[in-house]
Design a protein around this ligand. Structure first.
Ligand code: ASN
Ligand code: ZN
Length: 322
């Protein structure tokens, strides 16, 4: 069965990150060092063997293979969000090499983080196109690496759904940052453009409107809930980690939309502070994560701040922390 990293009408064509103005257009806070990625792209040549053959390293000219170049550019865009918005030097904040393997397996319908590298399938061409085609998929998988080095959220139940949600939140921010989109302008979709024309869906998931990303004869309907009332109790998928992530995802989108402007700035900082802070660990549940974001908002912006009020309202709207 297809495990959807979770898909609805084709998304509008958007410019790739490569065609956008360089990172200097949105500089990080003054005083932060200039950080640069070290990327290494390999090719599994349609086998299941990792890492595969080296096809492009840092600073190399574009490869002949578009999948390799998409991976290279997407790793760069992800590095850029974490570096420029949060001062983070790669996944481990110590300059770890960003590694990816393309053309993994045959007709492989997924992408994953294996603990040390990103791995991308080509899709089966029936449901999915190649997974390097979506910057939010790349951002999602790499953020699993950031989570591994920080909160290390267990991949089961509510901590697992938070692990998934954190990957979706920063994936959305990677795309928004690359496109210089405000919260109001953003699609809030994960994996837009991955589905072939045969699928009735726009993306794998929607942070803004969980449960609306696809409704398809073969795939069924997007099962994500947007409130605790819809929390799915299941033994599948480690307790529904790709489903229940819709709840904290929506809390983030509600906060960002309420605050307005660039979501990576205030909303993203609050989430990042919580993720790397002392209150969030392997067993943190939704309520614990909400409290950690509240501590972060109060610390950064004050108890009487607009940010704190917007945060409390967002969590209350999804049925957590009222
Ligand atoms: N692409 C999926 C993810 O990162 C892989 C999986 O864990 N089923 O969540
Ligand atoms: Zn994931």
């Amino acid at each position: 069965k297809v495990q959807l990293l979770s898909a609805a009408a084709p998304a509008p064509a958007l410019p790739g990150a490569a065609q956008l103005p360089g990172p200097q257009a949105v500089p990080g806070p003054a005083g932060w060092p200039e950080l640069a990625p070290e990327r290494l792209i390999s090719d599994a040549r349609h086998t299941g063997r990792l890492p595969g053959q080296r096809v492009r390293g840092e600073g190399d000219p574009a490869a002949a293979d578009p999948a390799a170049n998409e991976a290279y550019d997407g790793l760069g865009s992800t590095f850029e969000l974490f570096a420029r918005a949060y001062g983070r030097n790669s996944l481990d904040d110590a300059g770890e090499v960003l590694r990816a393997t393309v053309h993994y397996g045959q007709d492989y319908d997924n992408a994953f983080w294996n603990g040390t590298r990103m791995v991308f399938g080509d899709g089966d061409g029936q449901i999915f196109r190649r997974f390097t085609g979506s910057l939010s998929v790349i951002g999602h998988e790499l953020t699993h690496g950031v989570t591994q080095y920080t909160a290390n959220l267990a991949y089961r139940g509510q901590p697992g759904a938070l692990n998934e949600s954190v990957s979706d939140v920063f994936a959305a921010l990677v795309e928004q940052y690359a496109r210089r989109q405000t919260a109001a302008e953003a699609s809030w979709l994960i994996g837009a453009g991955l589905f072939t024309d045969r699928v009735n869906g726009v993306a794998l998931r929607s942070l803004k409107e969980p449960g609306t990303a696809y409704d398809d004869e073969v795939l069924g309907k997007d099962p994500q809930p947007g409130t605790m009332a819809g929390y799915v109790r299941t033994a599948d998928d480690y307790g529904g980690v790709h489903v229940n992530s819709g709840i904290p995802n929506r809390a983030f989108a509600l906060l960002a939309l309420r605050l307005g402007g660039y979501a990576w700035e205030r909303a993203g900082l609050i989430w990042y502070d919580a993720l790397i802070g002392p209150e969030v660990g392997a067993q943190t549940d939704f309520a614990g994560f909400a409290r950690a974001t509240e501590s972060a908002a109060v610390k950064r912006y004050g108890r009487e701040s607009e940010e704190h009020a917007a945060l409390a309202a967002a969590w209350a709207q999804v049925g957590i922390m009222d």
